[in-house]
Design a binder for this molecule. Structure first.
Ligand code: PSV
Ligand code: MN
Length: 432
């Protein structure tokens, strides 16, 4: 088999040499600026160097919308090619060494081979995602009217069995979490009995929970709407929290930023879940109207910062068992998915770093004195700080690119992949 094109470390080094000097100047300036506020820049660079966010295997293909999909050149055609793209992302940004798989889209024939393939490229596996929101070819019973909450026990059993299979595959490839999102719900008033549906869901989830290994976590993802447009079974963080509590210590709530009503105060939801010890993790993306799955921070960067303000507050206060799993969950329609995922990963690190710049003593003092303006100004000062030099330095020190998108484009990766991966007619992607 012909060798596959890869971006080499040497190439990244050459590209970095083009802007190293300018970066050093910017870094020097920022060092002095932050020092004025009593912040030691090296500590923040270290934070940026160790921060990680997982990428979704389904994000490296063009997702499309409910109306159409316009495939791009060189799209991955298998889980292996998806991993090649994920490895490229990590090589350039150095903060995405874990990949979240979706089963059966990514079902490996040989888990060992898949795990080795990933490890050779510096990757490991994050949470497994089950899929009972679609019918698969040859599937016995349909999920048209639900899965884990279905009125028919036989359908529920089938959906439970699928989740158990996901856990089994996950165990074989070194994953340590299962994320369950169901599309279950209703499109018409009266279509389902709300209470019974939730009871059915919980009964199914108890079986799944029992199969979750002791050192794993079970993430429950809530979503207000879509594909069901009248009601969903796990509609909101309250229902999610109730279920996670009912299930037990291994169960946590996962917050996908696109899964709430418009204008909902997500940072407060995050704070509540932290306080109740049930924040499991995130699916980062951004939205203007609904679950648009746009690139992280492309519409509401301040919201992302405020979410990280809560997260960093918990981190610096050393809250027990606080270790949220960070993942991206986006759909790319008009951009090169590799570029979008790199930019989003960098935006997530940016929000994390900026949240570390918040003067928490000053904030607390303003809160005590009831000085709302001073409190907001304290947050805004951190949010407005241009931390590009910190992010680029952290990437460079980790072996990545100062300018990941520039290096990616200059490498010709996409053109090479288009040659290696001739388009497949009818290729499907995770659109949800
Ligand atoms: C549902 O909209 C969702 O956010 C869930 O995380 C799914 O697993 C994913 O999208 C599939 O694209
Ligand atoms: Mn999601």
């Amino acid at each position: 088999m012909a060798a596959k094109f890869e971006i080499s470390d040497d190439f990244i080094g050459e590209r970095n040499r083009l802007s190293e000097e300018h970066l050093a100047e910017d870094f020097d300036y920022l060092t002095r600026r932050l020092r004025r506020g009593g912040i030691e820049i090296e500590k923040i660079v270290e934070k940026a160097q160790i921060f990680q966010v997982a990428v979704p295997s389904w994000g490296v293909g063009t997702g499309g919308t409910r109306f159409a999909r316009f495939p791009g050149p060189g799209e991955p055609r298998s889980v292996y090619e998806k991993l090649e793209d994920c490895a490229t992302i990590n090589k350039l940004v150095r903060s995405t060494p874990a990949v979240s798989l979706h089963i059966p889209w990514d079902k490996p024939e040989c888990p060992d081979t898949l795990m080795n393939f990933a490890a050779e490229r510096g990757l490991r596996f994050d949470a497994m995602n089950s899929n009972t929101f679609q019918d698969q070819v040859g599937q016995k019973l349909s999920y048209k009217f639900g899965s884990l909450s279905h009125a028919d026990k036989a359908v529920r059993d089938q959906a439970v069995a699928h989740n158990l299979e996901c856990i089994e595959i996950g165990r074989q490839i070194g994953s340590e979490a299962l994320t369950v999102w169901v599309g279950d719900g209703s499109n018409f008033a009266g279509q389902t009995n709300f209470r019974r549906a939730l009871e059915n869901y919980l009964e199914s989830m108890r079986e799944i929970y029992a199969a979750v290994p002791e050192d794993w976590r079970l993430f429950i993802e809530h979503k207000m709407f879509e594909p069901a447009f009248y009601s969903t079974v796990i509609s909101d963080w309250g229902t999610n929290y109730y279920c996670a509590r009912e299930l037990g210590d291994k169960a946590f709530c996962l917050v996908d930023l696109g899964h709430h009503a418009p204008n909902v105060n997500i940072e407060q939801i995050v704070s509540r879940l932290i306080q109740f010890g049930k924040l499991g993790g995130f699916h980062f993306n951004d939205s203007k109207y609904g679950d648009d799955d746009l690139d992280a921070a492309s519409v509401k960067p301040f919201q992302l910062f405020l979410i990280f303000n809560e997260l960093v507050d918990a981190e610096v206060n050393g809250l027990p068992n606080f270790r949220p799993a960070y993942m991206l969950d986006q759909s790319h329609n008009v951009t090169d998915p590799v570029e979008s995922l790199m930019v989003s990963a960098m935006e997530v690190v940016r929000a994390y770093v900026q949240a570390h710049l918040v003067d928490r003593e000053r904030l607390e003092d303003a809160q005590r004195r009831g000085d709302a303006l001073a409190a907001l100004t304290t947050l805004k000062e951190a949010f407005r700080t241009d931390v590009d030099a910190i992010l680029a330095t952290a990437r460079m020190r980790n072996g990545g690119a100062i300018d990941p998108v520039g290096a990616y484009r200059a490498s010709g990766y996409r053109t090479e992949k288009a040659k290696e991966r001739p388009a497949q007619v009818g290729i499907s992607a995770g659109i949800v």
